[in-house]
Ligand binder design. Structure first.
Ligand code: NDP
Length: 336
């Protein structure tokens, strides 16, 4: 071996050592759940009650997307409604009551090539698990404008309930025409002076009941058939540059003065860490066998928004979390 060969070898070994050093712990589980929205917590309740001692890692946003929503009026069993944060807190307590081990931490890598499946947590620890339930949800989409990055945290937000407070008595805009946009606009209308809804078509996608509320709210103005070209402002957002009737004869530029620009145009599934192994659709939603939570790998299950681009409701996510725990339990019974 040449000196260079030896040095290369040493380099490789030292890199391996450094990587190994980072992994300080390995632990074994029967059921590992990643993600903590209604799907993850419900899977934990069912797996715990089946005596499977599930371990659940909550991810970056414990409680998931619902913790950033306002009133939940459509979850069965809450005649007066509740808040997302309260509901997630209740689900977590319920899962813990039956012995779920709920931990703060983020799954950063997976190896699903063979059993036990390996899931790396925070790049530090490996969990070797007999079965895996993926309930990692979805994340808000952005328009892809440079200005969204430029003004991130300085007027641009994808969560009205998190950041709306900073815009009290100011003028703001919400992009989108779905239920999320309607909900965010209604929430902001109670805090802000004026709320524009920037809607790219001449109809809203939101449910009729939400549309009615929006139309009846005086300080919400819908900018139909408008799209956003960019944002302006000295360090913070002070306005948006829009175009109306884009591509049509009567296309016209429109400028609005706003302090806050809220995105509400849909979501991307959080499936990155498993796409090397699991079948997904074109947009990254994990494919499951219809009527089940089974993925293409036996012993790996997906529930909630990471596998659902149609219903995306708290109640359907919770239902699929229950299904994932039952699917995992049956599979473990047959394969342990
Ligand atoms: P949706 O996909 O329903 O709506 C997205 C909206 O953003 C649409 O109006 C869409 O326009 C618009 N949009 C998408 N991309 C762009 C773009 N590049 N530029 C401008 N506008 C864009 O997403 P939501 O997050 O609103 O809702 C997701 C699901 O969650 C739905 O099923 C909804 O019913 C549900 N939900 C339920 C709630 C409740 O029941 N309380 C609350 C919130 C959500 P276009 O219509 O032209 O495609």
């Amino acid at each position: 071996m040449t000196l260079f060969g030896k040095l290369d070898d040493l380099d490789t070994k030292s890199n391996e050592n450094q990587q190994n050093k980072k992994i300080t712990e390995t632990e074994k589980t029967k059921v590992l759940i990643i993600g903590s929205g209604p799907a993850g917590y419900t899977a934990a309740i069912y797996a715990a009650r089946a005596n499977l001692s599930p371990v659940l890692y909550e991810g970056l946003q414990p409680g998931g997307q619902l913790t950033t929503t306002t009133e939940i009026e459509n979850f069965p069993g809450y005649p007066e409604g509740t808040t997302g944060a309260e509901m997630m807190d209740d689900l977590k307590k319920q899962a813990e009551r039956f012995g779920s081990d709920i931990r703060f931490g983020m799954a950063t890598k997976t190896d699903l090539s063979k059993r036990p499946f390996k899931v790396t947590i925070d790049d530090k620890k490996i969990i070797e698990t007999e079965s895996l339930i993926i309930a990692t949800g979805a994340t808000a989409k952005y328009l892809g404008l440079e200005d969204e990055k430029k003004y991130a945290g300085s007027g641009v937000s994808a969560c009205a309930t998190c950041d709306g407070f900073f815009y009290r008595a100011k003028d703001v805009a919400v992009v989108g025409g779905g239920d999320t946009a309607a909900e965010e606009a209604l929430y902001l209308s109670q805090l802000c002076n004026k709320v524009y809804m920037i809607v790219r078509r001449d109809v809203l996608r939101a449910s009729k009941v939400m549309q009615k509320r929006v139309f009846e709210t005086e300080n919400i103005e819908i900018l139909w058939k408008h799209q956003t070209k960019g944002l302006v402002g000295d360090g913070v957002v002070e306005g948006a540059k829009l175009v109306k009737n884009k591509g049509e004869e009567n296309e016209v530029d429109v400028d609005i003065k706003i302090d806050g620009f809220f995105l509400a145009i849909g979501h991307t599934p959080n499936s990155d860490i498993v796409t090397d192994y699991l079948d997904t659709d074109d947009t990254g939603y994990i494919k499951t066998l219809p009527g089940t939570t089974k993925t293409n790998i036996p012993g790996v299950y997906a529930c909630g928004d990471v596998q659902d681009n149609i219903y995306r409701q708290a109640v359907t996510a919770a239902g699929s979390g229950c299904m994932a725990a039952i699917d995992a339990e049956r599979w473990l019974a047959e394969n342990s």
